[in-house]
Design a protein around this ligand. Structure first.
Ligand SMILES: Cc1ncc(COP(=O)(O)O)c(C=O)c1O
Length: 270
């Protein structure tokens, strides 16, 4: 934290930290496999984009990268771990106004479970605002995602899916979405309001999937569909709000998962 190493139970931030007070912060979740972080350069680049998009100062990416490596070196070696990098506005008054304090930067890591072979998703009744101030930024203001994921969990879903305000398919609470329709592999464009997922970008690059605006209803009527995300890689969707898709994984999903596994094993920082 801010350049120092602490044991889990010794890391403390102030109750006046603006990240805690109003969610004025940005974050990244990085997959760490046997002590090797995946796509760290892309995650740090997005952290920087999210911070400046939120109006925070540019984080010191070299310090954060060094901190991330120090956390890995000083932690028990786990087969699969989730690393969380958080940068907040630092100490500030107890309202939305910022103070002039330096940023707070935290790297934490804990064990992760491998993703399940398939996932059931639930469409949620609240839209993602693709024109909002925080659209496309990975901020710590994730209350809407917490609410949506709990809504999905209450209906047997393992991920919640948002449409945007125009009724277009958008994303999950911590994932991007791909659909196969008439033999084409499609995903909503960033203009739909989704996060520029690191996994999404790699899947587009490695499979030739096409960005195309889709109605929210396209998910439940897809021939096959999958989620992408740091904690899921490529995860086939089995059912959408109770409608079971024809195949999970279907052939194009299987191929995307294979290509992703192969290419990501070749290079830990693509
Ligand atoms: C809202 C949202 N969409 C999509 C994703 C997927 O992004 P990535 O592949 O970089 O994990 C995330 C990240 O976890 C997210 O929080």
């Amino acid at each position: 934290m801010n350049g120092e190493l602490y044991p889990d139970d010794g890391a403390r931030i102030s109750v006046f930290d603006h990240g805690l007070v109003v969610g004025d912060g940005v974050f990244e979740t990085v997959k760490v496999t046997n002590g090797v972080p995946f796509a760290m350069t892309r995650h740090l680049a997005r952290l920087s984009r999210s911070a400046t998009g939120l109006g925070l100062a540019e984080p010191d990416l070299d310090q954060i990268r060094a901190g991330a490596m120090a956390v890995i070196e000083n932690s028990p070696r786990l087969p699969l771990a989730r690393m969380r990098i958080t940068v907040t506005g630092g100490i500030a008054p107890l309202g939305s106004e910022r103070g002039g304090s330096p940023l707070t930067a935290v790297v934490a890591m804990s064990e992760a479970k491998p993703p399940t072979p398939t996932v059931d998703v639930t469409m949620v009744p609240w839209p993602r605002n693709e024109r909002g101030a925080l659209a496309g930024l990975k901020t710590t203001s994730y209350g809407e995602n917490v609410r949506a994921l709990a809504y999905a969990a209450g209906r047997g879903g393992g991920e919640a899916i948002f449409a945007n305000t125009a009724g277009g398919l958008c994303e999950g609470t911590g994932s991007n979405v791909f659909v196969v329709s008439s033999g084409r592999l499609l995903t909503p464009p960033l203009a739909a309001g989704c996060l520029a997922g690191v996994t999404r970008a790699l899947v587009i690059e490695w499979t030739g999937a096409v960005e195309e605006e889709l109605p929210a209803g396209a998910l439940a009527t897809a021939d096959e569909a999958f989620l992408t995300g740091t904690t899921r890689d490529v995860q086939p969707i089995r059912a959408v709000s109770g409608t079971v898709l024809p195949a999970a994984p279907g052939p194009m999903t299987r191929k995307a998962a294979e290509v992703f596994a192969m290419r990501s094993a070749e290079s830990p920082d693509p």
